[in-house]
Design a protein around this ligand. Structure first.
Ligand code: CA
Length: 230
């Protein structure tokens, strides 16, 4: 049974989310402050975190930053802020997904399921290779020149989708569909944030490979593609 940690300061919201998630078969932990949420996370090692942005004790973005320094636990951010910048900052910090408030608890449960599925190792053992990059679909790991590259579930799944068909240009919408199972047209720009993170981790070019990408090329006016191997 997967354990979900909800870090949210609105008790009513916690109550509703808890009830939906428990009905869906999840074990639920909750914290009402950013700092206590972070310590619960450290002690209990939940499988996924639902994190509010606006929190007492410690801001949601700081909580996400602290978590990402130590692990790749999937994070879904909840945001009441209309400002899209906050959402993009959240994704750049390594959150896997975000859900704007108000939301339907059913949508949250569906996104939790999708994200956990992505974090699971696939059934068939398979390894994708390109130049010095190796992606082990079974172990859910990536290495570059023999060095482990730490990727979040979303980054891993984006990379896998593109690297499975090198040379093919994917639109942002296609990448969104492939990684989330459902397309949210308004969220296409979130793909850019994930690609930026992925490049910073993968590309040997210190500028994140934007000018001289070895693996992930920008296809102007379309989206992205994985470079065909040597
Ligand atoms: Ca809040």
């Amino acid at each position: 049974m997967s354990t979900i940690l909800i870090i949210e300061d609105e008790p009513e919201l916690v109550k509703v989310l808890r009830s939906y998630l428990e009905q869906a078969g999840f074990n639920v932990l909750a914290a009402g402050r950013g700092d206590t949420g972070l310590s619960t996370w450290e002690q209990k090692h939940p499988d996924l975190v639902i994190l509010d942005l606006n929190l007492p004790g410690m801001d949601g973005l700081d909580v996400a930053r602290a978590m990402r320094r130590k692990s790749n636990t999937p994070i879904i951010m909840l945001t009441a802020r209309v400002d899209e910048t906050d959402q993009l900052i959240g994704l750049e910090l390594g959150a896997d997904d975000y859900i704007p408030k108000p939301f339907s608890p059913r949508v949250v449960v569906a996104r939790v399921r999708a994200l956990l599925r992505r974090a699971e190792p696939t059934a068939a053992a398979q390894v994708l290779r390109s130049a010095d990059l190796e992606i082990d679909l079974d172990a859910h790991t990536a290495t570059r020149a023999g060095q482990a590259v730490e990727l979040t579930p979303t980054e891993f799944s984006l990379l896998t989708v593109m690297a499975s068909q090198p040379g093919r240009a994917f639109s942002r919408l296609q990448l969104l569909e492939a990684t989330q199972g459902t397309a949210y047209e308004g969220y296409e720009r979130t793909i850019d944030a994930h690609i930026k993170n992925l490049r910073a981790k993968l590309e040997p070019d210190s500028a994140g490979g934007r000018k001289n990408p070895r693996y992930i090329e920008t296809v102007f006016g379309v989206g992205y593609r994985f470079v065909k191997g040597e």
